[in-house]
Ligand binder design. Structure first.
Ligand code: G1P
Length: 287
């Protein structure tokens, strides 16, 4: 079976962006003129996803408000001939089905994914962490293919300097990485000490998971940081069936902190056909 649903955990407080995130959720901060959340949904749609479950919290009503239809604004735009903008507004929340699940306590990523159980059902599904932006949908599409072919879960991977591994989930590969970037995963550990890390391959915020993970999440005891870690549930899956990682050379931005967010905005602005040239000139002049 092929993953058609994606879960986007978006219930966090956005501490690293306070006070901006006091009223505006981190996931709605703009990357140029798009909320980060929209770019994540577009990436998922580009990989064939047609249902997105946003795990949010009742303290962040703006997330749901973003998906409300806006007929008055759209009519006004059309009446002044701004049809392209009207079209882009009109498609929000309509090109894929959006549903919501709630996580009102910060109990970890595993717990957040568990909150989406009912909305996902008994099917493989993707998880996209909205703190990470990808240049395109190709990694997720490949991961969905591998999950379908192997009937096992798949995680996105990145190689980092050894000293950086302790901020992430780290995999223990079961063999070499093949020409497509695919590698078997024997086991994995969340935020290990550098000296205990099984490799320099970290899990990035893209997962395609078989639905038995929900039972595993229920079995997980609080781990690193006292939280219900998704990595701990995935380790149980890897111990009992096929489990793969995919290492791909794809553009990726960590927008979960102000510097990473700024880097993503600058890069995408430089690429933008409308504002890119003028922005590049301005950057060069001010050096
Ligand atoms: C989470 C996961 C971790 C993964 C990381 C990727 O950690 O728990 O395994 O490597 O996302 O960004 P967090 O960033 O929430 O601490």
């Amino acid at each position: 079976m092929r993953a058609r649903t994606a879960v986007i955990p978006a219930a966090g407080m956005g501490t690293r962006f306070l006070p901006a995130t006091k009223a505006v959720p981190k996931e709605l901060l703009p990357i140029l003129d798009q909320p980060a959340l929209q770019l994540i949904i577009d990436e998922a749609a580009g990989a064939g996803i047609d249902h997105v479950v946003v795990v949010t919290s009742h303290a962040k009503p703006a997330i749901e408000a973003y998906f409300e239809p806006a007929p008055e604004v759209i009519a006004k735009l059309r009446s002044t001939g701004r049809d392209a903008l009207a079209d882009s507004l009109d498609r929000v929340g309509r090109d894929v089905r959006i549903s919501f699940a709630y996580q009102d306590e910060a109990r970890g990523l595993g717990h957040a994914v568990g909150c989406a159980r009912e909305a996902v059902g008994d099917e493989p599904f993707a998880v996209l962490l909205p703190d990470e932006l990808m240049g395109d949908s190709s990694l997720l599409a490949q991961m969905i293919d591998i999950c379908e072919r192997t009937s096992g879960s798949v995680v996105g991977l990145k190689r980092v300097p050894r000293d950086d591994v302790s901020a992430y989930g780290v995999i223990d590969p079961s063999g070499p990485i093949d020409s497509e970037g695919v590698v078997g995963v024997r086991t994995m550990v969340e935020k290990p000490k550098v000296s205990d890390a099984p490799s320099d391959l970290i899990i990035i915020g893209r997962y395609v998971l078989t639905p038995d993970v929900f039972d595993r999440i229920e079995q997980v005891q609080p781990g690193a940081g006292g939280e219900i870690q998704l990595t701990d549930a995935l380790r149980m899956q890897a111990a009992s069936g096929p489990f793969h990682g995919v290492l791909r050379d794809i553009r990726r931005y960590d927008t979960g902190n102000p510097l990473g967010w700024l880097t993503a905005v600058v890069e995408l602005a430089l690429d933008d056909p409308k504002i890119g040239p003028a922005f590049r000139d301005w950057l060069q002049e001010r050096r």
